[in-house]
Design a protein around this ligand. Structure first.
Ligand SMILES: [Zn+2]
Ligand SMILES: [Zn+2]
Length: 119
C-alpha cells in the first residue's frame, strides 16, 4: 500500500513540520487539521489551501509492470516507478520503440492497468 508524506515547507510554511508515511490521505489531512490549529492558529483549513496541500502530498507507493503479464514475451519490466502515470508514460515509450505501437489501444491499456502491481 502507498504511504503519504507531506511537509509544511512545500506549501510555503517554514515551521519544519512533516508527516511521513501516513497510511492514507484522509489520515494525513486529519492530522494536518490538528497541526494547522495548534501551530498555525487556523481553526479550519481554507479549501484552496487543502487543494494546495493535496497537490503536495507525496506518495511512496511503487508501481511495477512486466510485458509478460499481458502476453508479450520481450522480457521488458518496469520496477518501482513512483506513480501509475509515470509508469504509463514510460511504457508508452517502450510500446512505441519496441512494439511499434504509436499509441496503446484502449483494451490493451485496460489490460496493462489491471496488471500493474502496486507495492
Ligand atoms: Zn506547519
Ligand atoms: Zn515489451
Amino acid at each position: 500500500m502507498p504511504k503519504y508524506t507531506f511537509k509544511c515547507e512545500d506549501v510555503g510554511m517554514n515551521c519544519g513540520f512533516e508527516i511521513v508515511n501516513s497510511g492514507s490521505q484522509d489520515e494525513l489531512l486529519e492530522m494536518l487539521k490538528v497541526h494547522a490549529k495548534q501551530s498555525h492558529g487556523l481553526t479550519s483549513i481554507p479549501s484552496d489551501m487543502i487543494n494546495k496541500i493535496k497537490q503536495n502530498i507525496k506518495t511512496s507507493g511503487h508501481y511495477s509492470f512486466s510485458c509478460a503479464s499481458v502476453g508479450m514475451n520481450c522480457g521488458f519490466e518496469i520496477v518501482n516507478s513512483a506513480s501509475e502515470d509515470e509508469l504509463l508514460s514510460e511504457l508508452a515509450i517502450h510500446a512505441k520503440m519496441s512494439h511499434n505501437m504509436t499509441s496503446i489501444p484502449q483494451d490493451t491499456l485496460n489490460k496493462i492497468k489491471q496488471n500493474i502491481k502496486e507495492t
